[in-house]
Design a protein around this ligand. Structure first.
Ligand code: SF4
Length: 355
């Protein structure tokens, strides 16, 4: 085991028998943020900071549903998606399973019902888990909101974060092959944003551990199993660095600029037709069909804007020119790599997991 969290996870999965593990994971699924509806409707979340398509980012910020008037979580191209449903379920159940396993071997863990005892086999405490642990703050004119998967206190005495990811076994093996940089490239912006929001709240986060695991263990007799490693898990720790705060704030400012421009009817342009990533994985349809408007037809989601344009004092009805390219435009000096942008036509990357 190369990281203490990998050992803790494997020990936790051994410490609780399967029925109880499933029950604990299921209990985790039932946790809710009881104040969710009272929070700011337009908020900058870590996953929004990591969003690759600038048009999709502002549509999400403005709460566009996959199709106007139709709200559905597991959607692709404006339609229900069985594949997305599986990916979401894999992510949410995976998170519950890991929380259940780690809480079995920590020292103490906090729940909405009070402080509970773990076995103490590993020297850390769990201070809170998503979704009842919430980070919320105002900064640079934006409302930030994050649901950190796990907030822990380590032996060092400092609070740290764990971000749980359950990629497909194919993506996982690619991360193993390509090393920690590939995990940072994929999840770096999100981890930085989580730490940023927590630090704004006065919690001095210095580390965010990206814990990736898959549902497929190593086969008995494999080199890994013979070395004592039964589960496919990797942890990549992202440390806080100078400049991360500015990186997060600059993207939040850009979102606010895009929001103000959208109010005037000017939206970021979409990726070219035929772009496979990320468009094939997007919850919006790239082009219109009999059921769906294309992602650029924003007036179908917000007819109010069309009406307000028609009512401009100069009587102009021409839509403003589109703004800029849809790339996420991280600052060039950013210490955090943006999410990967494979060339058009590539289908190698998996869809983002729920966060
Ligand atoms: S379909 Fe493509 S261009 Fe349109 S919002 Fe989604 S990712 Fe962006």
């Amino acid at each position: 085991m190369s990281h203490w969290l990998e050992a803790a996870l494997q020990d936790g999965l051994r410490a609780v028998d399967s029925n109880e593990l499933i029950e604990r994971a299921a209990r985790h699924q039932l946790l809710v943020d009881i104040y969710r509806d009272e929070r700011a409707a337009r908020r900058v979340s870590p996953s929004l900071i990591a969003e690759e398509c600038r048009l999709k980012r502002i549509k999400r910020y403005r709460r566009h549903q996959p199709r106007p008037g139709w709200n559905w979580g597991a959607a692709k191209g404006g339609r229900p998606s069985a594949g997305s449903a599986l990916h979401f379920a894999r992510g949410y159940f995976g998170e519950g399973l890991i929380v259940a396993a780690l809480s079995a071997v920590c020292q103490t863990y906090q729940t909405p019902d009070g402080l509970q005892q773990g076995s103490g086999a590993h020297q850390f405490d769990i201070l809170g888990v998503s979704p009842w642990a919430v980070f919320e703050c105002e900064a640079v004119g934006a409302s930030f909101l994050a649901y950190p998967d796990m907030i822990i206190l380590t032996q060092d005495g400092g609070p740290e974060l764990i971000q749980i990811k359950t990629p497909s076994v194919f993506a996982f093996d690619r991360y193993r092959r390509d090393g920690g940089a590939s995990i940072r490239k994929r999840y770096g912006p999100q981890t930085a944003a989580e730490m940023y929001i927590g630090r704004r709240l006065g919690m001095p986060f210095e580390r965010n551990h990206v814990l990736c695991f898959t549902w497929e263990g190593f086969t008995p007799g494999s080199d890994e199993a013979r070395a004592g490693k039964e589960i496919r898990a990797i942890v990549e720790t992202v440390a806080w660095e100078d400049g991360m705060d500015r990186f997060v704030e600059s993207i939040a400012e850009e979102i606010l600029e895009d929001d103000a421009a959208a109010e005037r009817g000017a939206w970021p342009i979409a990726y070219p037709l035929g772009t496979r990533w990320p468009c094939d994985y997007c919850n919006y349809a790239r082009t219109s069909d009999s059921d769906n408007p294309g992602c650029e037809e924003n007036e179908k989601w917000e007819p109010r804007l069309l009406r307000s344009m028609a009512a401009t004092p100069d009587g102009s009805s021409a839509p403003p020119r589109p703004m800029t390219s849809p790339s996420p435009l991280p600052p060039s000096a950013s210490p955090v790599s943006p999410a990967p942008t494979p060339p058009a036509g590539s289908s190698a990357l998996p869809p983002p997991l729920p966060s």
